[in-house]
Design a binder for this molecule. Structure first.
Ligand SMILES: [Zn+2]
Length: 224
């Protein structure tokens, strides 16, 4: 079975997130998340993103989508502001795979020249995890804060498309390591087996059910 990863894309639409130095967090988060997805898909991982455009995408919706998707791992991509320097990642205070994921992602981000403020936990007054994405997501979940956009050193690490892709690739590598998948620069070509093509999704699902019953992992893809 292909591994599954959910990517929450922080903010969006009327919620821009942090805004500084000509950068909007919502746009940066989307560019980096798209790069994470493209790297993961190349390595055979099934990915769902909470949004793929500039639209409203509140955290409670992300959590619902994520739990319905039942991923092996979940990450929420953000950028910071408020006078710091470097990347940080939050994980569930219980540790476990979320902690490993946070540490693996930060190690890869350091490889591209960004400094790390460390893997962290944060609790609320009730002793639960402060961030809903970590507290309410069933899968091991991590919030990644890639850079402080109001810090000029950090801004220069993340303000071009190429750098945003590089950041996404670093995050993807940390995810892959946590999944036990070794990153291949040039993934082998895939040979796909097609059983049929159906105008109705219900018919496709019926065939998929038969294949699964016969022990095959069958996926449905949509194309023209
Ligand atoms: Zn944010």
């Amino acid at each position: 079975m292909a591994k599954k990863v959910f990517i929450g894309v922080g903010h969006g639409g009327s919620d821009a997130g942090a805004v500084a130095n000509g950068l909007k967090e919502k746009a940066l988060n989307l560019a980096i998340s798209a790069a994470v997805r493209s790297e993961l898909v190349k390595q055979g991982v099934t990915v769902e993103m909470s949004r793929t455009a500039d639209e409203n995408d509140p955290t409670n919706e992300e959590i619902k989508e994520c739990n319905a998707f039942k991923p092996d791992l979940a990450v929420d991509i953000h950028n910071n502001a408020g006078g710091g320097d470097g990347a940080e990642a939050y994980y569930h205070h219980g540790g476990g795979k979320g902690k490993t994921l946070a540490e693996n992602i930060l190690k890869e981000i350091q490889q591209i020249g960004q400094n790390s403020r460390g893997a962290k936990t944060r609790k609320n007054a009730a002793g639960k995890d402060y961030y809903a994405f970590i507290r309410e997501t069933n899968a091991p979940a991590v919030i990644v804060e890639c850079a402080f956009i109001d810090n000029l050193t950090d801004k220069r690490i993340i303000d071009t498309v190429a750098e945003q892709k590089q950041m996404g690739k670093a995050i993807a590598k940390g995810i892959l390591k946590t999944l036990g998948i070794s990153y291949k620069e040039e993934p082998a070509e895939l040979y796909r087996v097609q059983v049929g093509a159906y105008a109705s999704r219900a018919n496709a699902e019926a065939v998929q059910k038969k294949l699964k019953a016969a022990g095959y992992s069958a996926i449905i893809t949509k194309s023209k």
